[in-house]
Design a protein around this ligand. Structure first.
Ligand code: GLA
Length: 374
């Protein structure tokens, strides 16, 4: 089952890096992610049965999912992602046909680069093609998000699945998470390069902390709604939030302040990107990290150590954590002619401070969901 040439379709979906707009997607804010050339590829072939047979290139597990009873697989460690995708794809009215899927995920797990979104999006794409249907990337993203909520237990926003499905080569997506309106902005970093560095810190309790943050923003919204005409936190102006400070518990205020300030930073960053002002873009990255550390409290020792080391390097114009936080990666804007020196110095200092060995990725900005017949 592991020979890729025996399959009929090759379907891949991208990991993503979010340039800025962190922890605002579930508050109706705008985000600025890019799809990466780090991908999950699913090889698929119809098998004429009522089962979806799963195999992995890097795991010994072999699992058969009965398509008549998918709900029962919610507790499986790996296969719950595929089960959730199949369940919601079918529930949305699409035909589900038995097939063999071989999953080859090259997005590093726990890296904050959205390996789970890439797995979900590629899986739904593979299920669609196996049943003779052409997948619509936006619908795939929305159903993948449902699978993440219900089968993986993470109450995530839409950013990761959307970026994984709809990314465009050499573009960043300015995605309005309230309306799903998306503007593809060409990435032109001039004499700077984007460097992604993985803390390599094992994640734990990430899901519960993530869901806790989301709940805190919902508390903020429901309190503010008593006196403001708003649909989501992203609708609140930073100065209006200040005026309502006294009505919010202190922690809830700090979470909300991060969200409204971050929304403002995304607006400024998109403008800076469009006029090619990388100095300004970099400063906004750094301010975003500070806010995620001090107000949102989702960074931790390792991400802070990597970010601080980056800020001190003369060739770095800005750096921040990317993704949900509590480990995972930083994204750094670094003068291209000094990238090697930057990587060496930052990783060395990080190792000295934390004991972990960081890993750098030379990832390219790539397309999202891509498929072809083999
Ligand atoms: C995770 C979630 C996203 C988003 C980010 C934080 O990656 O899946 O929806 O909330 O965290 O910006």
């Amino acid at each position: 089952m592991t020979d890729k040439n025996d399959y009929r379709f090759e379907v891949s979906a991208a990991g993503r890096v979010n340039l800025i707009g962190e922890h605002v997607d579930y508050c109706g804010g705008k985000v600025l992610p890019c799809a990466l050339s780090l991908k999950c590829t699913v090889y698929a072939r119809p098998n004429g049965t009522d089962f979806i047979n799963l195999a992995w290139t890097d795991l010994p597990d072999r699992i058969a999912l009965d398509i008549r009873d998918l709900i029962k697989y919610g507790n499986l460690q790996h296969a719950r992602y595929q089960a959730g995708c199949a369940y919601f794809w079918h529930k949305a009215g699409h035909e589900l046909k038995g097939c063999d899927l071989l999953i080859d995920c090259k997005v590093p797990f726990g890296s904050g680069l959205s390996s789970s979104a890439a797995i979900e999006v590629a899986t739904i794409g593979a299920l669609a093609l196996s049943a003779g249907e052409t997948p619509d990337p936006v619908e795939v993203a929305l159903l993948a998000q449902k699978a993440e909520h219900e089968f993986a237990g993470v109450n995530c926003g839409i950013m990761d699945q959307y970026a994984s499905a709809c990314g465009k080569k050499n573009h960043a997506m300015l995605l309005d998470c309230k309306t799903l309106e998306c503007r593809q902005i060409p990435i032109d970093t001039g004499e700077y390069s984007l460097v992604i560095i993985n803390t390599n810190k094992p994640h734990n309790l990430v899901e519960s902390k993530y869901n806790e943050r989301r709940a805190e923003t919902e508390t903020a919204l429901s309190i503010l709604k008593r006196s403001l005409e708003i649909d989501c936190l992203a609708d609140v102006d930073p100065s209006v939030l200040e005026e309502h400070k006294a009505s919010l518990p202190p922690t809830v205020f700090r979470r909300a302040k991060h969200v409204v300030d971050e929304c403002e930073r995304v607006r400024l960053a998109a403008e800076a990107m469009q006029r090619g002002d990388m100095e300004c873009f970099g400063k906004l990255l750094t301010r975003s990290h500070v806010s995620l550390a001090e107000l949102y409290e989702v960074t931790g020792k390792e991400l802070d150590s990597l970010a601080h080391a980056a800020w001190e390097h003369p060739a770095c114009t800005g750096a921040r954590m990317t993704g949900g936080g509590f480990g995972g990666c930083t994204v750094n804007l670094v003068r291209t002619n000094a990238v090697e020196d930057f990587k060496e110095k930052v990783c060395l200092r990080y190792k000295r401070e934390t004991g972990y060995t960081a890993v750098c990725y030379n990832a390219q900005i790539s397309n999202g969901l891509v498929y072809n017949e083999i």
